[in-house]
Design a protein around this ligand. Structure first.
Ligand code: 4AD
Ligand code: MG
Length: 475
C-alpha cells in the first residue's frame, strides 16, 4: 500500500516504514531524489543507499515513475523537515530524458506547456491549478447542498437555443455530403437521429427553471458549448457553468446569493489549498516583475482573494455605469477603443475600468437595456431596461450573468415575438407561465472564469485540463 506524500509531510511522526510511489522531479548527486506524487506541491526527498544497484540508479531521471520503501527520518538538509531513507527502489516506468519535453531545469513557458497539455499536469503550477479547480468544484456542491438546493442534470443535447444568440454546435448523424433535403431544398432534420435539429447546450437555464418551479431551489453544474469565434484569453468553446435557479426570488435575492456564493468559494480555497495558492501567489508576483509598471496589479493574489472575500461588492445600475465611464478622464482622453453610449453593451475594457480603476473591487451592474439582453429577462417598470445583473471581477471582467425571469405570460410572449424567438418550440417554457407562474431568478457563473480569478492565471486555456478553442481540439 502506498502512502501519499501529503500525508507524510503533514505529520511530525518519525521512524516508521512507508512505501511511496510517484514521479522523479530531480535527481542530485546520484543520491537525492525529489519525488512528487501529485498529492501536494511539495516533493518528498528520497535518499537512496550508496549500495543501490547501478542498473537502477542509471534509470532514475526526471520523469521516471518509481516506488520507494524505507524509513521516514528527520532531514539534515535544508528546505525539508523529513525525508525517506529508502531501502528499496523499484523502477515502475522509465523516462527517456533525451526526448522528454519537460526538463524542469529551466522554467517552461505557459505557451509551450499549452502545446504539451498532456504533460503539463506534471509541473508545480498546473498541479496547483488543478487541485484548486477540484476544490472549487467540490465547494460548489457543498455550498448548494448546505442550502438545500437540488442538483439537477440538464441535457447536453438539446433542441433549444437558451440564449437566443445562435452560437450552437449542431449535433447530427446525417451524412454531411448526402444530407436529405426537403421540398424547400433545406436539410431535412426530420430524417435526423432525433427527428429534428439538435445542438449542444449553450446553457441549462431554461430546463433549470422547470425544476425550480417545482423543487423550489435547484442548480446545474455541467459542460456548456458555444460556437462563438472569440479567440480571447476569457473564452472557451467548451466551458463549465454553474446555474442556480430560485423560485420566489427577485433580482436583489439573486445578487445576494451570487455574492455570497463567490465569497464562499474563495474562502473554501483559502482554507483548503493554502500551499497551492502560496505557489500561485509567488508565480503571479514573478510574472508581474516582467510587466511594465502600468500593467501590474496592485495586489498580490492572496491579498486580493482575502480582500474580495471580506468586502461588499459594489452595486450600480447600467445607467450609472455609463455615467461613470463617460465622465472618466479615460473616456475624455479617448483611451477606450470602443465608444460608451447608453444602449450599447459594455466591452471588456469598460468592465475592467469600472472594477480595476474606478471601484477597485468586484462590481454588480444591474438593469441593462432590454435590447442587449436575452428574451427571458424580466421587463422593468420603465419599459426600457430588464432586471439583469452581471458581476464583474478584477482582472477578468464578467464572471456572472443572471437575471430575474419574466414570469408574466403576456410580457414574455411579446418579448419573444419582438426578438424572433420561436414560440411553438418553447411551448414548455411558456407552460411554466400558464400553470402556477411565480417570480423566480437565477444566474450563471462561468466555472473557468472563477478558477482564473482564484488562481491568478491570465489565460482561460490554463485553467481547464483540455481547452477547446477555435481550431484547437487536440488531446
Ligand atoms: O452571461 P451568460 O451567457 O448567461 C447565461 O448563459 C445564462 N443562461 C445564465 C443564467 O442566468 N442561468 O453566461 C454566464 C457566464 C458568464 O458570465 C461567463 O462567466 C461564462 O458564463 N461564460 C463563458 N466562460 C468561458 N467561455 C465562454 N465562451 C463563456 N461564455 C460565457
Ligand atoms: Mg453574459
Amino acid at each position: 500500500m502506498r502512502t501519499k506524500i501529503k500525508t507524510i509531510l503533514a505529520s511530525d511522526a518519525l521512524d516508521y516504514t512507508v512505501t511511496v510511489k510517484g514521479w522523479v522531479r530531480s535527481f542530485r548527486n546520484n543520491q537525492f531524489i525529489a519525488l512528487n506524487d501529485g498529492s501536494c506541491v511539495s516533493n518528498l526527498q528520497v535518499v537512496i543507499k550508496l549500495e543501490t544497484d547501478t542498473a537502477i540508479v542509471q534509470k532514475i531521471a526526471s520523469g521516471t515513475a518509481i516506488e520507494a520503501t524505507g524509513t521516514i527520518v528527520a532531514s539534515l538538509g535544508k528546505g525539508q523537515k523529513l525525508e525517506l531513507n529508502a531501502d528499496t527502489i523499484n523502477i515502475l516506468g522509465e523516462c527517456d530524458n533525451e526526448v522528454y519535453p519537460l526538463q524542469l531545469k529551466n522554467r517552461p513557458s505557459l505557451e509551450f506547456l499549452r502545446e504539451i497539455a498532456h504533460l503539463r499536469f506534471r509541473t508545480n503550477t498546473f498541479g496547483a491549478i488543478f487541485r484548486v479547480r477540484h476544490s472549487l468544484a467540490f465547494a460548489i456542491h457543498q455550498f448548494f447542498n448546505e442550502k438545500g438546493f437540488v442538483y439537477l442534470h440538464t441535457p447536453i443535447i438539446t433542441a433549444s437555443d437558451a440564449e437566443g444568440a445562435g452560437e450552437m454546435f449542431r449535433v447530427t448523424t446525417l451524412p454531411p455530403l448526402q444530407a436529405p433535403v426537403n421540398d424547400k431544398n433545406e436539410v431535412d432534420y426530420n430524417e435526423d437521429f432525433f427527428g429534428r435539429a439538435t445542438n449542444l447546450t449553450v446553457s441549462g437555464q431554461l430546463e433549470a427553471e422547470l425544476g425550480a418551479m417545482a423543487l423550489g431551489e435547484v442548480y446545474t453544474f455541467g459542460p456548456t458549448f458555444r460556437a462563438e469565434n472569440s479567440n480571447t484569453a476569457r473564452h472557451l468553446a467548451e466551458f463549465w457553468m454553474i446555474e442556480p435557479e430560485v423560485a420566489f426570488a427577485d433580482i436583489t435575492d439573486n445578487m445576494n446569493l451570487a455574492e455570497e456564493f463567490i465569497k464562499y468559494l474563495i474562502k473554501y480555497a483559502l482554507e483548503h489549498n493554502a500551499e497551492d495558492l502560496a505557489l500561485l501567489d509567488q508565480r503571479l508576483a514573478d510574472e508581474m516583475k516582467t510587466k511594465p509598471a502600468n500593467e501590474r496589479s496592485e495586489m498580490g493574489l492572496l491579498e486580493k482573494l482575502r480582500f474580495v472575500s471580506e468586502n461588499d461588492f459594489e452595486r450600480i445600475t447600467y445607467t450609472e455605469a455609463i455615467d461613470i465611464l463617460r465622465n472618466s478622464n479615460h473616456y475624455k482622453k479617448k483611451k477606450f477603443k470602443y465608444d460608451v453610449a447608453w444602449g450599447t453593451d459594455l466591452q471588456s475594457e469598460h468592465e475592467r475600468y469600472l472594477v480595476e480603476k474606478h471601484f477597485q473591487k468586484p462590481v454588480i451592474v444591474r438593469d441593462y437595456p432590454k435590447d442587449i439582453k436575452s428574451f427571458y429577462m424580466r421587463m422593468n417598470e420603465d419599459g426600457k431596461t430588464v432586471a439583469a445583473m452581471d458581476i464583474l471581477a478584477p482582472g477578468i471582467g464578467e464572471i456572472v450573468g443572471g437575471s430575474q425571469r419574466e414570469e408574466r405570460l403576456d410580457k414574455l410572449e411579446q418579448r419573444m415575438a419582438e426578438m424572433n424567438i420561436p414560440v411553438d418550440e418553447l411551448y414548455w417554457y411558456l407552460d411554466l407561465r400558464r400553470f402556477g407562474t411565480a417570480p423566480h431568478a437565477g444566474f450563471g457563473l462561468g466555472f473557468e472564469r472563477m478558477v482564473l480569478f482564484v488562481t491568478g492565471m491570465s489565460n482561460i486555456r490554463d485553467v481547464i485540463p483540455f481547452p477547446r478553442t477555435p481550431r484547437n481540439a487536440e488531446f
